[in-house]
Structure formats: structure tokens, C-alpha cells
Write a protein that binds this ligand. Sequence first.
Ligand code: ATP
Ligand code: MG
Length: 795
Amino acid sequence: MESAPALEVVESPFGDEEEIRVDEPLPDALPVLPLRDTVTFPETLTPLAVAQERSIKLVNDVLGANRMLAMVASRDPEKDEPGPSDLHGVGVVGIVARMLKVPDGTIRILVQGTQRVRLGPYVAEEPYLVARIGELPDVTEEGPELQALARNVQSTFSEIVEQIPYLPEELQMAVANIDDPAALGHLIAGALRISTEEKQELLEEVNVAARLRRLSQILARELEVVQIGSQIQSQVQSEVDKGQREFFLRQQLKAIQEELGEEDEQQAEVNELRQRVEEAELPEHALKAAERELSRLEKLPPAAAEHGVIRTYLEWLVELPWSAQTEDNLDIAHAREVLDADHYDLEKVKDRILEYLAVRKLKPDSPGPILCFVGPPGVGKTSLGRSIARALGREFERISVGGVRDEAEIRGHRRTYIGAMPGTIIRALRDAGSRNPVFMIDEIDKMGADFRGDPSSAMLEVLDPSQHDTFRDHYLDLEFDLSDVMFIATANVLDTIPGPLQDRMETIELAGYTLEEKRHIARRYLVPRQIEQNGLKPSQIAFAEPALTAIVEEYTREAGVRNLERQIGTICRKVARDVAEGSSNGKVRVSAKRARELLGRRRFFAEQRRRTKDPGVATGLAWTPTGGDVLFIEATAMPGSGKLTITGQLGDVMKESAQAALSYVRGHWQELEPDLGEDWFSQQDVHVHVPAGAVPKDGPSAGVAMTVALASLISGRAVRNDVAMTGEVTLTGQVLPVGGLKEKSLAAQRADIKRVIVPERNEGDIAEIPEHERSALEFVYVDEVSKAIGEALAK
Ligand SMILES: Nc1ncnc2c1ncn2[C@@H]1O[C@H](COP(=O)(O)OP(=O)(O)OP(=O)(O)O)[C@@H](O)[C@H]1O
Ligand SMILES: [Mg+2]
């Protein structure tokens, strides 16, 4: 305390050498100095801070007399100026050896304790307490037990001293040199930082053996506390130091290795990986995993099988775009330009995309919708996704989940499997190199499920905005935040997508293109692209409009434009060859004739001309996943016994339609062919056949076509070759509405049909088809199948 800088020795009445008179006879009464929070012991030197006015006066007074006072602990350390009843009854007589004045007006004294005394009664309370005192000597029973106790206390204490910084080493010496067990007890009790109560208890114990026993209990407890404390301390310390230590050691290692011109191969590998981990800006949980794996790798011999596994894992970790991100371009005018530059029409889709951008611009953190483009092949679903990425300035990644049956495809295999890899989501993210790509999930309608788990449930997790941010790949076994990814799914049909999955997506339908639109797309997009891709210049080749029509009608039959582009590509390639061979100079004009020459045999015919030449064949329209198709219903009769045969692998509902159609015609033969005669139906067998393998043939919508085919058969009048029809028929001949009219009307146009007979109640659906997509067709609305028959049969 004396060495504290604020402390100034202003008065030192006694020299150090001056002898302290401890053998003076004990007076009757002594001034009492109450001690707050401490206990003094006989035969020990105790520094005390004195602040209370009455205590300062007391010290000044005793310094002027025999320097003797009594010190006693207060029962309540909170209490200022305690009275006699607040003080313990046993204290210690002391002699003030030194006094120092502190600049703040308080004083410090050093008191030599002499002997234990009983205090009271008090004879004065003013200006300070004065009490009568009575001796309270130790009771010592010499013997081996006392010796043993003393030794035990000595050794335990010296152990404690070794571990506690606040106890000076000299104390250890002093304690070791004390022979008197009583003095030993006092010295140790005074030095320990234990509670005032315990100290007072030790002071009051007059039996030396009992005091040492108690003391040894306390010491044992303290030792334990000290040991636990130092354990904690060293743990904390080592954690703090470890990072730094490791760093320095590594630097040293590196320096040494460099100096020796050698770097052990394994270490080099680990070092390289460590550096990549440092550069990868991993989030905390991934960094932890990486460090754990790095230290495992360091300890493994390179030959261990685990070695490669860990290495691969770490490589995956560092290659993932944990924080790499591209900046969104939310300029809506720019986006519009990009979308228009890549795709013709598709207004509804483009509008939806621009809305999406607008929302993102206003509220950047709103979870965007997951769009699902549904439509037949080749209508631009995938390429739209690409354009969206281009418009936003994001990376584009595409995964196909068609045919995926194993959920591990999506979510990866656990690392315990040999050759385990992350799933397709994480793989694509790595390829994207940014954490916010446009992510296209193709063919979501063709995902399967089997014993290996249901991939659609994994997909659900990927597409669910509330689970996005905690996507966990089995291989990585770490959460990856997918919430900045823009997901777009594509499908050909909706009905095979599991309901919960559909629920999370906003579907946008793309139906297919008309001839007119296809020509336009060809002119503006496909032809220029193919010219470029085949190394030609626009000045070297030009497609005439009739050539495009011929390609669409004679060489393709599709809702989209993929084959059209392929055929255009074929022509460009052939022209390119001529140009390269030098056999063509100047501009090649591709006319319809030239196109036919280059493409060879015509692939598709407007079949219904030929097919419907004879009575008994009607042209129906079917909805298919590829965008709708025409369907021929053929009916023939032969002598027999009135049986109906139905072939063509039809579904049950369609077979029933055929039966209903026959019943209807049987009931109305007189209106159709009065000369037929009642017996015709019992003397003939009727056969209804629906050819064409690829078209799914079920549902009631072929009812009208079947009835018309049978009516044509019995009346001997052929069906008009430019008419197609769709609609369900009841037994009484009413025509009921059906679905898929947009696709069906596009299919009719492709087949060069001019008139389409549709149920009257579908008029609203027809009105919804954009004008330019139906202008080539004439729609005839019917509510009765008899009207359909009238419209369809040739005069
Ligand atoms: N409206 C359009 N404007 C310009 N090009 C188009 C349009 N629609 C489709 N295309 C072109 O047609 C080709 C085929 O399109 P895409 O590959 O996107 O089809 P898809 O709908 O994804 O088919 P699938 O279901 O088979 O995957 C692309 O080259 C695309 O650019
Ligand atoms: Mg596609």
C-alpha cells in the first residue's frame, strides 16, 4: 500500500528500526478501533486504512501515548460508526508501528497484533469507543496430533501460495520456519482471503489443535478453489493464445521450410487449402467446419483413404459462392429491351417478369415468387429463363430434374458413402459462382419417386421461401442460404406436378405458336441466329416468306419452334458449304422450291385430305402435352350380328363415348339415311378405330367426332376435309364443353384445318384466345350433335 503512487508519507514518527514494545503490561481498558470487513490476528503485522473521523482521532491519541489499541471486527460491515453491540466480543490488542497520511485526509497505519483479548464492558463511546479488556490465552495440548496438524497446514498452505499470485513467496518461507503451532495458525489465518466470519471464528478458537483442524479444512477447500480457478484461467489463456501461437508457429515453419528449400508435399497441400479457405470468405459455420477438416487433414497420412475424402470436401467448401454475388440490374426499360430482343410476343410472360423486377426494386428483400413456365416443347421456356438472367445481370444455371427418382440427386449423398457428391442444387451453385443466380429447374413435371426417397419433397424444401435460407445438402452437411436465388421452373404439363409443389409456384402458360407467329419468329430470331452460327453473313443468304411457310408446314409439326430452327439450320449449313466450296457467290435466295430441294423428302402432309376421302372418317382434336394434335376417328361396317369393336388402345371413357355415339346414330338413322333400314344395325358389325400411337387417347372430348364418323359411315357422305371437331356428346345428343381449346385450335391450324366445330358453351374460351392466334380459323358453335353432323358432312 505504501508504494501506491497517490500515497505520500508525510509523517513517520518512528523509524523502521525502532523496537516495538510488545511486552508491555496489558492495561485495564483500551481505545477500540472497529474493523470493517477484516480481522487481525495476534503476532501478525496488519496494514489498515483509517478514514472515519473518530478513528483518526483515536489513532492520533494512541500515537501520543503508548500506541496501544484494541482492534475488533464489526458484525455488520455496512454500518458506519458501529456501537458496542455491533462489534464482536473478541479482538486483538495491537501496537501502531507506522502511520502514513494520505493526501485525501485519511491515514494508513501498520499495526503489530500482540494478543487476543475479550472486550467489554465498554467504558466510553465518545469521542471513540473505549472498552475494558481481558486476556484470552491459547490452550495448547502438546502432542503428535498437534504436530501432524501443523505440518499438514504448512504443506497445504505452501501449495496454495505457489498457485496464488496475491500471496508473496516470503510467506511460504515464514510459515515453513514457524515452530509454534499457535503462531502458525494466526499467521495463516491472517494471510488467507476468506470471509470475515471464518476469520473471526478462527480468532475466537482458543484451543490451538481445534483451530488448526478448522484451518486445515478451510485450506483444503481453498486449494481446490485455487486449482479449479487456475484450470479455468489456463483454458481461457490458451484459447486466446492459440490463434496467435498457431499463426507464429506456422510462419516459422514456413520460413524454415523455405530456408531449407523444401516443403513437404502434404503440408504444402494443406497450406494451399488453408489459404483458399481464408480467401473464400466463408460464413462462420462453414469456416468452423473448414478449420475442423483442415486440422484433420493435417494429421492424416496422405495414403489414408480419408485423406482424399476430406480434401474433396474442402475443395467443395471453398468453391461455393458463399458470399460472391452479382449486382442486380433493376432498370425496367433495359429489361424490356433485353426480353424483346430475345423473344417475340409472349407479352403476358414479359409483363409478369417486369412486374417482378419492379417489386424487387421497391422492396429488395421481398421473397420473389417462383415462376413456373408451362407449355409444349420448344416454345421458349428455357430461353426465356436465360433472357431473364441477362436482363437482371445475373448468372444463369439450369438443372434438369426430369427422370430424377432419387432424392440424393437433389440433396446429395452423405459423406460416408464412397464417391459421395453434393446434390444438383449445390453443384449448380458452384458452377454459377454467385449466390444469386437465376436458377432454372427444367422438367419439374417429370420428376419420379421410388424407394430411394421422394425428390419432390427435397424440391419442396428448395422452393419454399420459409425454408430457403436453411437448405442443407447431405454432403456438405451445412446450411446454405438460397434466399437470393431466383428460381424458375419449367414443365410441359401441370397435372403431374405434385400439388404442394404447384402451390408454391406461380404458373405462366405458354401455349404454342401459329404459322404466322412462327414465320415471324423465324424471320426475326431464328434465321439471323442460324446464319450467324453457320458462319454466314446476312449478305450471303435470304429466306423468302413462302420458304418459311413450306418449312413450317411440310417439315415440322410442333407447337414450338425447335424443329423449325433445326430445319433453318440445315439449310444454312448446306448453303455455307456451297459458299465455302466456292460454288456459290453472291446472295443465295432460299425460295420454297430451293428449301424443298435442300431439305429433301417432305416430312408431314396435310393428311386429312387423303384420310377423309372416304365416308366414315372424322377429324378430331386432342390436347396433348406437346401442345395439341389432330386425331382421326375411323369407322367401318361389315356383315355380322350387330357387334361393336373398338380398337386403338383407347381409355375406358373414350370407349364409352364410342358406344354412346353408336347408340345415338342407331336412334337417328332415319334422319341420316332413310334408305338404310331398321335391320342394318343387327346385320352389320361396326368397327371404330383411332390410329396414331403417340397421342394419349382418353377422355370424352372425341364424342362429337365419333358420332360424326358413324353418321358419315351410315349416310355414305364423306366428312369435309377442312373441318375438325371437339366436344362431348350425351346419349340424347347434346354437346357438352371440353378443355384445351387454345392448344386444339393451334393444332388445327398446323393441320391446315379451316373450320373447327366446338361446343357452344366453349365460346368464352375461344374469345380468350388472342385474335392473331385464331384469325385463320372459323369456329362453328353447336349445342346439338345433329348440328355438328350437318356442318361436318359434305353435301
Ligand atoms: N417467342 C420466341 N421468340 C424467339 N425465339 C423463340 C421464341 N420461342 C422460342 N424461341 C426459340 O426456340 C428455341 C427453343 O426454345 P427453348 O429451348 O426455350 O424451348 P423450351 O420451351 O424450353 O422447350 P422444352 O420444353 O423442350 O425444354 C430457342 O432457341 C428459343 O430461342
Ligand atoms: Mg427447355
